[in-house]
Design a protein around this ligand. Structure first.
Ligand SMILES: C[S@@+](CC[C@H](N)C(=O)[O-])C[C@H]1O[C@@H](n2cnc3c(N)ncnc32)[C@H](O)[C@@H]1O
Length: 202
């Protein structure tokens, strides 16, 4: 299998790792922080961010069909703070996971509302009090796309990936979060009309 490369990851990995650095060092020693990533895709964020955050132990995960490609990045990088990927489907039973924080990039718009709710419920169940759930990706505001690019992405997702997928509105995300005992504590602007939502477990 040819090593998969996401061009978007190459563009957004530095802003994401910079933001994670600042968020994860607040109020806690970064030394031996455990972080679960959901929907790691190619594994590029795992490898890049783990290099930038050497005190974070990064646990990648995704559906099994992405593991072969992801392992090429992980094995090549030879980092002692990236663990072997877990098979994790937000809609199925999760393996036992102990983590301080959870990160996910570009998954919330990729899955249905029901799957988002499943993900939030399970994340809330594994996060300790004060743990962060950090979500990167496009988000609608007041029912509107924030760019033409996001509107096109939404149309493509519904046509080509899953008719139930699509960019979610901030209000919907906040409501699901609230139902799951998670509070939005930050909403950072990121390149290319993406956001970094920072939710905290009560
Ligand atoms: C658009 S890709 C994002 C990949 C990577 N995080 C990135 O930013 O490049 C969406 C990811 O969500 C994963 N995914 C889709 N459905 C999922 C599910 N039910 N449970 C867990 N992951 C899922 C896909 O396998 C894919 O890796």
């Amino acid at each position: 299998m040819v090593k998969p490369i996401s061009e978007a990851c190459l563009r957004n990995q530095k802003p994401i790792s910079d933001a994670l650095k600042s968020l994860l060092s607040k109020g806690q020693q970064t030394n031996s922080i455990k972080l679960l990533e959901i929907g790691s895709g190619t594994g590029q964020h795992a490898v890049f961010c783990a290099q930038e955050l050497p005190d974070v132990t990064w646990q990648p995960s995704d559906l099994l069909n992405n593991h072969e490609g992801m392992l090429q990045w992980i094995n090549e990088a030879q980092l002692n703070n990236v663990l072997s990927p877990l098979v994790l489907d937000v809609d199925q039973n999760w393996p036992e996971i102990i983590t301080d924080h959870v990160f996910t990039a570009n998954t919330v718009h990729y899955i249905s509302d029901k799957s988002v709710r499943n993900m939030f419920t399970k994340v809330s169940g594994i996060l300790p009090h004060g743990g962060l759930f950090i979500i990167y990706g496009p988000v609608n505001e007041n029912g509107q796309f924030t760019s033409e690019g996001n509107a096109s992405l939404d149309e493509w997702l519904k046509t080509c990936v899953n008719p139930l997928a699509g960019i979610k509105d901030l209000v919907e995300i906040e409501q699901v979060a609230k139902d799951c005992d998670l509070v939005l504590i930050d909403n950072l602007a990121m390149p290319a009309n993406n956001r970094l939502l920072v939710l905290q477990k009560n």
